[in-house]
Design a protein around this ligand. Structure first.
Ligand code: HEC
Ligand code: HEC
Length: 204
């Protein structure tokens, strides 16, 4: 009986690993590059480095997160007049391939312009604010802002985009995901928002 269970467990593991291998092989990176160099690059850059501070950097962002956001732009769950038409005709397979395409790109952080603001941002990021009940960003997004497949990478993101998203979460204009960021954003002061955005931009 026990050995039967072991055999079954082994079979399940091998089926799972074969499954993920197949999934990895199916990603069509050539197609992703064709789409990105056709239009996405205009705003996000060919390497996901982004052309201007208003457009999010996608370099190094998690493939699952990117694919999920694209699906939400397409369905209208995440509202964006700019991104809705961009996502409209993408298939789920293309969204996944585009995610892998950008996840493979590397882009470093940028140096801070204001050392004192940076220090406040670092404190908020790592410690939160115990006086207002703000949790640390690091507790979810990781000590270096690298995120996880469930949580977006923040490292190296444009401060302006980070601030803008925090405002959107706060006003519930962005509520496509699990909405934990609404609670976080509602506790951030104007100073903390600018400072933490300045800090994450320096992370790599
Ligand atoms: C005209 C400029 C423009 C073009 C072209 C464009 N985007 Fe965007 N993209 C934006 C803006 C602006 C946002 C931020 C949306 C918001 O305010 O929530 C965004 C957000 C995103 C996000 C979410 C990023 C995050 O961190 O949550 C992804 C993923 C994305 N775009 C992928 C793409 C892909 C893939 C294409 C091409 C098919 C594309 N974009 C084309 C402007 C553009
Ligand atoms: C309890 C976990 C948690 C904490 C703490 C947290 N976040 Fe988030 N964050 C998330 C999740 C989950 C998302 C994805 C969107 C959502 O769920 O609403 C997200 C999304 C974001 C985004 C959007 C990124 C993008 O690419 O569009 C930004 C910016 C952000 N968080 C900044 C912060 C900052 C700054 C702090 C600290 C002040 C923080 N977060 C604390 C869980 C958290």
């Amino acid at each position: 009986m026990r050995s039967m269970k072991k055999i079954l467990a082994g079979a399940v593991i091998s089926v799972l690993s074969v499954g993920s291998l197949v999934a990895a092989e199916k990603v069509d990176l050539a197609k992703a590059e064709e789409i990105v160099s056709g239009r996405c690059f205009l705003c996000h850059g060919l390497e996901g480095e982004s052309a201007s501070p208003v457009f999010p950097r996608l370099a190094g962002q998690h493939a699952e997160y990117v694919a999920r956001q694209l699906a939400d732009f397409k369905s209208g769950k995440r509202k964006s007049d700019t991104m809705k038409p961009q996502a409209e005709e993408l298939t789920p397979a293309e969204m996944k391939a585009i995610g892998v395409f950008f996840e493979n790109k590397k882009f470093g952080g940028r140096p801070a312009k204001d050392a004192e603001l940076l220090a406040v941002g670092k404190f908020v990021y790592n410690r939160g604010n115990q006086f207002t009940g703000l949790p640390s960003c690091a507790s979810c997004h990781g000590p270096n802002g690298l995120g996880s497949p469930q949580l977006p990478r923040l490292a190296g993101q444009h401060p302006r985009y980070v601030e803008d998203q925090i405002k959107q979460f706060n006003k519930r204009e962005r509520n496509n995901d699990n909405a934990v960021m609404h609670t976080v954003a509602s506790k951030l002061s104007e100073l903390e928002t600018h400072a933490v955005a300045e800090y994450v931009a320096t992370l790599e």
